[in-house]
Design a binder for this molecule. Structure first.
Ligand code: SF4
Ligand code: SF4
Length: 155
């Protein structure tokens, strides 16, 4: 999902400006507002396009949710990527239902719970992550737009 270079450049500048700024903006509120506008069940871009990074602790929980063994989960759904991390073996994610609900929602991986990280307390250190996520997630773009507007306002 590639976007115009202009939009990416503006996002990069916004993130760099915010990282350098002493301001602490209410990102939790921005994130909450963004998800009042953007509905995940009309979108599912992340589940369609990004393979979640899986922690070893995710595996037994996911297996329990699917009522299969961890071995069966690994064989049927998981691969190891080039960085040696576990992820799903297909995109869209094999656990994404046709109705765009996650079939293992209660048991989903930690990275899915935490996505898109716009309220993360280390937000300022995650510039590249947010830049990439803005390519996929419309809520991230809304948060970056809010940051851009807030930084333009003089104290
Ligand atoms: S890409 Fe963002 S808005 Fe779309 S489903 Fe994922 S978290 Fe929700
Ligand atoms: S496990 Fe669920 S929430 Fe995570 S990517 Fe797959 S469908 Fe989406």
């Amino acid at each position: 999902m590639k976007r115009a270079a202009g939009r990416v450049a503006i996002n990069k500048l916004t993130l760099q400006k915010y990282s350098r700024s002493k301001k602490i903006l209410p990102l939790q509120e921005y994130t909450q507002k963004a998800f009042e506008t953007v509905k995940c069940l009309d979108c599912a871009n992340c589940c369609k396009n990004l393979g979640p990074a899986l922690l070893p602790t995710d595996l037994p929980r996911m297996a329990a949710g699917l009522q299969i063994s961890v071995t069966a989960l690994l064989k049927k759904y998981i691969l190891m990527d080039e960085d040696g991390d576990f992820t799903v073996n297909a995109l869209p994610c094999p656990f994404l239902g046709e109705d765009l609900y996650c079939k293992i929602y209660e048991f989903r991986p930690r990275s899915c719970r935490e996505y898109p990280h716009t309220a993360d307390r280390n937000f300022k250190k995650l510039t590249n992550l947010h830049l990439n996520n803005a390519e996929t997630c419309p809520a991230v773009q809304l948060v970056l737009d809010k940051i851009d507007t807030a930084l333009a306002i003089k104290d």
